[in-house]
Structure formats: C-alpha cells, structure tokens
Design a protein around this ligand. Structure first.
Ligand SMILES: Nc1ncnc2c1ncn2[C@@H]1O[C@H](COP(=O)(O)OP(=O)(O)O)[C@@H](O)[C@H]1O
Ligand SMILES: [Mg+2]
Length: 181
C-alpha cells in the first residue's frame, strides 16, 4: 500500500467488525530513536491467543467468503520491510491492540498519508463508534476525541457535512503545528 493511513483504515475495519465502541489510534514518531510506531487499540470482541498469533499469516481469516485475510499480513510486511515488526495482544471479550513499528527514516517506509481524511472517513461510516486519535512527535502531542466533539455538539449529528469539514480542518491544522519545529 502506498500510504500508512490506508493500512490504518484497513486495520480499523477489523476493530469495527469486532463490534468496538471505542477505537484508539496512536501514532508515535520518535526522531531520536528513529522509530515510527502505530498502535490501534479497540474494545471489541477480541480473540484467543492462538488465533492472534496466527493472523499475521495471510491464510488465516474469520471470513467465510474469502480464504485469505490480508489486512494484518500487509501491515506486518510493511513493518518487517522497514526493520520493524508487528505485535498483536488480544483478550477474548475485552479487546485487541495491534502495534506496528518501523525505522522512521527507512527508504521503504511509506509516507503516513492524509490522517485528517482517514479520521473523517471513519466518522462518516461509523458515527456511533468513538475514535481517539493521538499523534506524538518527540515531546509534542496532538489529540482528537470524537466523544469530546459529540459532547460539544449536543443534538447535532457528528456526521453532518459542516461538522465533518470542521473536523478535517481541525486535524489538518493540529498536525501542521505538530510538524513545525
Ligand atoms: N481487532 C480485532 N478484533 C477481533 N478480531 C480481529 C481483529 N483484527 C483481526 N481480527 C481477526 O483476524 C482476522 C484477520 O484479519 P485481517 O488480516 O484484517 O483479514 P480479514 O479482515 O480480511 O479477515 C479477521 O478476520 C478477524 O477474525
Ligand atoms: Mg481486515
């Protein structure tokens, strides 16, 4: 995949399919350690340890219609390619955490892509699910939480056009000032 944000979109779909109500996306860029980390944590149905160990292998999938599940294996490959790895911790009935990390400056590391667009897309398709997006760059931090936005909005739906464009702009601006040195 060309951009990491597309991997994120894909892996978050697993959390949604698992019935999650709150999905946390953390992106941690550590310039000193030259490390780029993505953590996706959900409160969905979770899975057995045996199964969680197996899903990095593309021939494991819960789907009946298709034998090959590729969301996790593709992200795993993206990590491996860049001197990193992928780890899954999960507990049945509690939730799942997928962590992938890579060498930030690695020539093969895909660019992050458009996270404002990604978060907007997730909200449009899943207005009842809550998303936390935290982006850390060295010691600076950007935080976005749909719960907070919904509280402010009151009766106004979060997936209304005006609200969505505001959210997109807010995230874009937040990331821009995070990247400024
Ligand atoms: N967050 C999650 N919660 C529960 N089960 C998960 C989660 N992520 C992945 N899985 C399980 O692992 C399988 C493989 O996921 P994935 O590689 O994305 O392929 P696919 O989604 O196409 O099946 C899923 O079908 C599902 O059974
Ligand atoms: Mg999937």
């Amino acid at each position: 995949m060309k951009e990491l944000s597309l991997h994120i979109l894909d892996v978050v779909q697993n959390s949604i399919a698992a019935g999650s109500k709150l999905i946390k996306i953390n992106i941690i860029e550590d310039l000193d350690a030259d490390k780029f980390t993505i953590e996706i944590t959900d409160d969905g149905c979770g899975m057995d340890k045996d199964y969680a160990d197996k899903i990095k292998d593309p021939f494991t999938t819960g789907r009946k219609s298709r034998r090959v599940g590729l969301g996790i294996p593709l992200l795993y490959a993206a990590g491996k390619r860049c001197e990193g790895d992928l780890e899954i911790t999960s507990e049945k009935g509690k939730g799942t955490k997928v962590t992938v990390w890579m060498k930030r400056s690695h020539i093969d590391r895909a660019p992050l892509g458009d996270m404002a667009e990604t978060i907007k897309t997730l909200i449009v398709c899943n207005p009842d699910v809550d998303f936390n997006y935290k982006h850390i760059l060295n010691k600076k931090e950007f935080n976005f939480e749909t719960k907070e936005i919904k509280r402010i909005l009151g009766d106004v739906p979060i997936n209304e056009m005006d609200v969505l464009s505001w959210i997109e702009g807010y995230i874009k601006e937040g990331l821009k000032s995070l990247m400024e040195v």
